[in-house]
Design a protein around this ligand. Structure first.
Ligand SMILES: Cc1cc2nc3c(=O)[nH]c(=O)nc-3n(C[C@H](O)[C@H](O)[C@H](O)COP(=O)(O)OP(=O)(O)OC[C@H]3O[C@@H](n4cnc5c(N)ncnc54)[C@H](O)[C@@H]3O)c2cc1C
Length: 383
């Protein structure tokens, strides 16, 4: 195996494989030698990625389910049908994504894929070095997606979005298969900002996810107990079978992740592509990759100037995180105020960092201002 490459992709998960796949398809890496290193061979369905969109995704062909309708339930069981305009909500199963991208990448002569544990990588004089447990490689560029918790300071907020999801099957399931529950607050709030997220997959099966935004994880059993309560008491199901399970933790933070460190380019969560206030990462990562590809096209290098998640949206995220952490304006109330007063398509655009000032104002006006004043100035000061 060669020891020198033009490009090394450290971590072949969602962002690493998306980048390699899309850069090769686009032609910008046609004449580059590429090494992708991941400690796992990605042969299991370890997560599902969901995202909304109002145009085609680069991974349209492997979308497993698509919904055009969304609803919201408040803590006091009020239901809202969300006006999502032309947005659809999509689900990609990771196993389909890994197969799709790896089949293509394995067929490319200039791509080598290796399952190794990366110990560290460095960047000296614009040459990168990657050290694994077995080998030492060099390259011009490294694209890194290996996450480690950042060195936080007092001023940063760091919440966790933690969730357990189960795919259940029941002949008595009575959900509208065209409609997802984007946020369903019909559950106790004693463990922090808590909601269910329900995606009907067929007439008899659905993904039910118990989700919290809080600073610490719960005991393992608590997730299962809460899921069972919701299925029994809210969905009114007595008999059902759990087909699959997923557990995840996504950082929700205003820590300013570094995109470029010399010739090392951080992508995915470690590159700052996880939206601080929502944990959604898939779409932001694809937008970053579009910028990297454009940059290779224009200048032969990956460097771009303007981040997709703008300074303005990062300031909103930081403020929102501080409000949620403070807990005076509880998450269920905040989201109920937002979704009952603003068109969901404006909120989705806001959460996608694509909102105009007038959409921002609509969202801001829907919330109780007194809770935001201090957190906003704190976030602004800390920028
Ligand atoms: C269960 C779950 C569900 C999620 N659902 C959604 C969703 O619906 N929508 C959304 O937008 N976001 C979602 N996210 C958030 C985010 O999209 C995912 O975490 C996404 O996988 C992040 O992409 P990434 O490339 O940054 O990291 P990953 O996809 O985790 O890729 C990092 C890769 O690095 C490899 N690696 C780590 N350490 C080493 C090492 N030392 N040596 C070699 N390889 C290493 C890992 O094996 C992994 O393949 C979810 C996250 C989880 C955990």
């Amino acid at each position: 195996m060669k020891m020198e490459y033009d490009i090394i992709v450290c971590g072949g998960g969602m962002s690493g494989l998306s980048l390699a796949y899309r850069a090769l398809i686009s032609g910008v890496w046609e004449n580059k030698s590429i090494l992708i290193i991941d400690k796992s061979n990605k042969s299991i369905n370890d997560r599902t990625w969901c995202f909304w969109e109002n145009s085609d995704s680069p991974f349209e062909s492997i979308i497993y389910r698509k919904w055009d309708e969304m609803c919201f339930f408040s803590l006091d069981s009020r239901s809202l049908i969300l006006d999502t305009a032309d947005y659809s909500y999509n689900m990609i199963r990771s196993i389909d994504f890994y197969r799709h991208t790896l089949d293509y990448l394995n067929s490319q002569e200039n791509v080598t894929i290796s399952n190794e544990n990366i110990v560290r990588f460095t960047n000296t004089n614009y040459k990168c070095e990657v050290i694994t447990e077995q080998s030492r490689y060099a390259s011009e560029y490294v694209f890194n997606s290996i996450f480690k918790k950042p060195p936080l300071e007092e001023k940063h907020t760091y919440l966790l979005q933690h969730f357990k999801g189960v795919i259940i099957e029941s002949k008595d399931l009575n959900l509208d298969t065209k409609k997802i529950h984007l946020m369903d607050f019909r559950t106790g709030q004693e463990n922090g900002n808590t909601f269910f997220y329900v995606l009907p997959i067929s007439d008899t099966s659905a993904l039910i996810e118990y989700t919290l935004f809080s600073s610490k994880l719960l005991e393992k059993d608590t997730y299962d107990i809460k899921i069972a309560e919701y299925i029994n008491n809210v969905l009114k199901l007595k008999e059902y079978k759990v087909l699959e399970e997923e557990f995840g933790v996504i950082p929700m933070t205003d820590f300013p992740f570094t995109r470029f460190e010399g010739n090392i380019v951080n992508i995915g969560t470690i590159g700052g592509d996880t939206r601080g206030s929502t944990g959604y990462t898939f779409t932001n990562t694809q937008k970053t990759i579009t910028k990297i590809i454009e940059s290779f096209n224009n200048s032969g290098s990956p460097f771009f100037k303007e981040e997709h998640i703008s300074t303005k949206h990062k300031l909103y995220d930081s403020t929102m995180l501080k409000v949620l952490e403070e807990g005076k304006y509880q998450g269920h109330q905040l989201f109920t105020d937002m979704f009952s007063k603003v068109k969901a398509s404006d909120i989705l655009s806001f959460l996608d960092s694509e909102s105009t000032l007038s959409q921002d104002i609509k969202v801001i006006k829907s919330l109780i201002p007194q809770y935001f004043i201090k957190p906003f100035f704190k976030s602004w000061w800390n920028r």
